[in-house]
Ligand binder design. Structure first.
Ligand code: BG6
Length: 517
């Protein structure tokens, strides 16, 4: 059976991340190629890699879907969202070359025929490229309801025969809606694929600042030595979107923000912020530590949650969640949640980790905010707390809020910061899209930024009892908040009860400008 070798990496020098290599050739098959995910994310990411010369030397890409389309119709569709400058002839030529490596096969997901055709097509492409090994990369841009079925057909008809050949399968959430359904899916998939052939995408793990967390923590002694309950008061991981679920309410109504964003994206970020130092940057060493810290989280308690649902905006121009016709009347779906988690281990006991996620809020922002404890009083009447903020998006940045002397003859203190804003410091560098980074990792066989089966199991074990309670207990009614606001009114008290001190003096605001003086 073909298997992607699990490699160990050294962690020497400037490139500590797993040292893995691209295969010489690959055939990438995108399933669900006529859908939105493929058009908006998968093909643009593949083009981004192609444009920068990051795909294997010999690459062919095949789209597979049920829709009957001609080659030209397919190419038109998947090139709509490619990112390139139409006035730059070099880039236009790159697009043309990209089109030349893409082809389309239409077929069903529930019968062998289409897969037999697909296999013939893939073999022909491999023969044309004169490959030494048959390395196949299956990207499921598909609803999870067909993952298992497609897997069975692929295993039967399209699995490469040679010992040295390899298969990688990319799948994406939702991986079930609770522990039971996640395990059912996992059972079916594990009958077909080995764990090291599967790459479960959580696209937050491909974001530049999320990938930065381990380097920041373990590559800087002043952070690694203060990263614990002696110094840190509380940690907040926040996700804010300024738009509601307009148009996808029907889908969202059965899901809610906790399943949509928290159990996966925010919990993944938390595990990187809180885990112990891994033995190496090898993907299994990293994921072992992530699982350990997830297991140390105490069961979630509804008393440590604020749940919300957005209402009309104050000026009445934006709709309430329940105004959406695709939503059940009187729906209790949660569009905002704040949950405080406790990690019961030596490093973190007593430090609340607060996850916060909401739709239809006042801004678009994802950040990690680590608030340090007060400095001892005595010499200062009152002085703001230090905070380290890792701004994931938009405008990637890391800034450390600190106090310094007001410049000049005065001796009063001034809240200020050390600011590493990426677009000004690294103006010439392009930060890749999360999907580009993740597809490249998977092509190289590096699992570090993908979710392992046991991580998934622990995260569902943690969230399922709380989700069951919220789903079934009709007395739990989410608190309303106006569309475009900061969220439910009770959140401020919830945060201050858990130790967070909000600087209300208004002396500091990021980014600092001269006005701060
Ligand atoms: C998805 C959620 O996983 O992540 C969406 O289903 C959410 O509801 C999206 O909008 C956010 O991703 P990003 O990359 O825009 O922060």
């Amino acid at each position: 059976m073909a298997a992607v070798a699990r490699r160990r990496s050294s962690s020497v020098g400037l490139s500590p991340v797993a040292a893995t290599e691209l295969t010489d050739s690959v055939v990438i098959v995108v399933f669900g190629a006529s859908g939105d995910l493929a058009k908006k994310k998968t093909f643009p990411a593949l083009f981004g890699l192609f444009k920068n010369g990051l795909l294997p030397r010999k690459t062919k890409i095949v789209g597979y879907a049920r829709t009957k389309m001609t080659h030209d119709e397919f190419i038109d569709r998947i090139t709509q969202r490619l990112n390139y400058n139409k006035d730059d002839q070099t880039q236009v030529t790159k697009v043309q070359k990209f089109k030349d490596i893409v082809s389309y096969v239409s077929g069903q997901y529930d019968s062998d025929e289409g897969f037999i055709e697909l296999n013939k097509h893939v073999v022909a492409l491999e023969d044309e490229m004169q490959v030494e090994t048959r390395d196949r990369f299956f990207y499921f841009a598909l609803p999870p309801s067909v993952f298992a079925e497609v897997s069975v057909h692929l295993r039967k008809e399209v699995y490469p025969p040679g010992e040295k050949d390899s298969v990688r399968v990319i799948i994406e959430k939702p991986f079930g809606r609770d522990l039971k359904t996640s395990r059912e899916l996992q059972d079916k998939l594990s009958q077909v694929w080995q764990e090291n052939e599967m790459f479960r995408i959580d696209h937050y793990l491909g974001k530049e600042m999320v990938k930065n967390i381990l380097i920041l923590r373990f590559g800087n002694v002043f952070f690694s030595s203060s990263w614990n309950r002696n110094t840190i008061s509380n940690v907040q991981i926040s996700f804010k979107e300024p738009f509601g679920t307009e148009g996808r309410g029907g889908y969202f109504d059965n899901i809610g923000i906790i399943r949509d964003v928290m159990q996966n994206h925010l919990l993944q970020v938390l595990s990187l912020v809180a885990m112990e130092r891994p033995v190496s940057f090898d993907s299994e060493d990293i994921r072992d530590e992530k699982v350990k810290v997830l297991k140390a989280i105490a069961p979630l308690d509804i008393k440590n949650c604020v749940l919300g649902q957005y209402d009309k905006s104050i000026d009445g121009t934006k709709p309430a969640y329940t105004d959406d016709e695709t939503v059940k009347p009187g729906s209790r779906a949660v569009t905002f949640a704040t949950i405080a988690l406790s990690i019961e281990n030596e490093r973190w006991e007593g430090v609340p980790f607060i996850l916060r996620a909401g739709k239809a809020l006042d801004e678009a922002k994802v950040e990690i905010r680590i608030q340090f404890k007060d400095v001892p009083r005595g010499i200062f009447q009152s002085i703001p707390r230090n905070e380290l903020v890792i701004r994931v998006q938009p405008e990637e940045a890391i800034y450390l809020k600190m106090n310094c002397k007001y410049p000049g003859l005065s001796t009063r203190t001034l809240p200020t910061d050390m600011d590493l804003t990426y677009h000004s410091r690294y103006a010439d560098l392009r930060i890749p899209e999360a999907y580009e980074a993740l597809i490249l990792d998977a092509l190289k066989g590096d699992h570090s930024n993908f979710v392992r089966d046991d991580e998934l199991d622990v995260s569902w074990t943690l969230f399922t009892p709380l989700l069951d309670l919220i789903d079934n207990d009709e007395s739990i009614i989410p608190e309303k908040y106006p569309y475009g606001s900061r969220g439910p009114a009770s959140v401020s008290k919830f945060l201050s009860d858990r130790g967070y001190v909000r600087d209300t003096a208004g002396l500091y605001q990021w980014p600092v400008t001269r006005g701060n003086l």
